[in-house]
Design a protein around this ligand. Structure first.
Ligand SMILES: [Zn+2]
Length: 273
C-alpha cells in the first residue's frame, strides 16, 4: 500500500513523506495507535517509501520490492509480533525473537541498502527484551530503521521512548464512528446513574467481540476526555481521571485474558453504573 492508497491519517502520511523524501531518516520510530488503527499498514508503506527504487521517497506499491514488502517477504525487513508462549496463553513478543532480530540487524542487508525492523505489539515485550533492544537503539547499525508499533506508549520504558521519534496513528474512522454514538450515550448513562438495563444490554453486545471491546474502550476514553474540555460538563475532573484510569485497567485485564464481558461489567460498576 503506497502512501496515496492509505485512507485517513492524512497528517501522518504527509509527515512520513517529508521524512522519506529527505536525507534525514531517523533510526527509530514509534507508531502509537489504538487496536483498530492500521499501524502495520502504515509501517509497511513507510518501508516501501524507504526502499522503493521506482518511486523513491513515496513508494509505488507495484514494483517487485514494494510487492515483496507488502507480502512480508522482503529479506531485509525483519518483522516480529506477539505470539503465545509455552508457559502462558497470553500473547507477547518473545525474547528470542528480539534476540534474533538484533543479530540480524547487525549483519549487512542482502538486497536493499538498509535493514528495517518492524516490531508489532511492542508493549508486550519483556523488560529483558526491551533492554536488549535499547542497546541497539543506542548504537544502531548504520542505515537501520527500527519501527516500534505500540497501542500505548506508556507501556514502553521511557529509555526506549526517548530514543525514538513518536508518531500517532489514528483509528479507522468507519469503525470508530459506528461506536461513537453509543459511547456518548454510555457516559451519560453512567454519570446520571441511568437505566441499568440499558447499560447491561450495551455491555452484553460489545462484550461478545474482543476487538469491538477495545474500540469501545478507546472511544469511551475519548468521550471522557472530551468532557474534561467541556466547560459545561457536570462531571468532576477527579471522576474523569478515575474513569480514564479504570478504562486502562480494563484494557490490561482483557489483554491478560479476563473475559471481555466480565471486565466490562466490572468497569461499569467501578464507574458508578
Ligand atoms: Zn515500488
Amino acid at each position: 500500500m503506497a502512501y496515496h492508497q492509505i485512507r485517513g491519517n492524512e497528517n501522518l502520511v504527509a509527515k512520513l513523506e517529508t521524512i522519506t523524501k529527505s536525507e534525514n531518516v531517523h533510526h527509530a520510530y514509534i507508531f502509537e495507535g489504538p487496536l483498530n488503527s492500521d499501524k502495520t499498514g502504515i509501517a509497511v508503506s513507510f518501508a516501501q517509501a524507504l526502499l522503493c527504487k521506482k518511486s523513491p521517497g513515496t513508494g509505488c506499491g507495484v514494483c517487485p520490492t514494494c510487492r515483496m514488502i507488502e507480502s512480508g517477504n522482503h529479506i531485509d525487513i525483519i518483522r516480529v509480533k506477539a505470539g503465545a508462549s509455552k508457559n502462558s496463553s497470553v500473547q507477547s513478543v518473545r525474547d528470542n525473537d528480539i534476540e534474533n532480530l538484533i543479530s540480524r540487524l547487525n549483519t549487512k542487508p542482502y538486497e536493499a541498502d538498509r535493514n528495517i525492523a518492524v516490531i508489532e505489539d511492542a508493549d508486550t515485550m519483556s523488560r529483558k527484551a526491551a533492554n536488549r533492544l535499547l542497546k541497539t537503539l543506542e548504537e544502531p547499525p548504520l542505515g537501520t530503521v527500527i519501527m516500534i508499533l505500540s497501542e500505548n506508549i506508556t507501556d514502553l520504558p521511557v529509555t526506549i521512548r526517548s530514543r525514538c521519534v513518536h508518531l500517532r496513528v489514528l483509528a479507522d474512522d468507519a469503525k470508530q464512528n459506528d461506536l461513537a454514538e453509543k459511547t456518548a450515550g454510555f457516559v451519560d448513562l453512567l454519570t446520571s446513574r441511568g437505566s441499568y438495563i440499558s447499560l447491561k444490554r450495551t455491555i452484553e453486545k460489545i462484550g461478545k467481540d474482543r476487538d469491538k471491546a477495545f474500540i469501545f474502550l478507546d472511544s469511551l476514553e475519548d468521550e471522557y476526555r472530551k468532557r474534561l474540555l467541556d466547560m459545561d460538563s457536570s462531571i468532576k475532573k477527579e471522576v474523569i481521571f478515575k474513569a480514564v484510569d479504570e478504562i486502562e485497567k480494563t484494557r490490561k485485564k482483557i489483554k491478560g485474558n479476563v473475559t471481555v464481558q466480565y471486565a466490562l461489567k466490572a468497569l461499569t460498576l467501578n464507574l458508578g453504573g
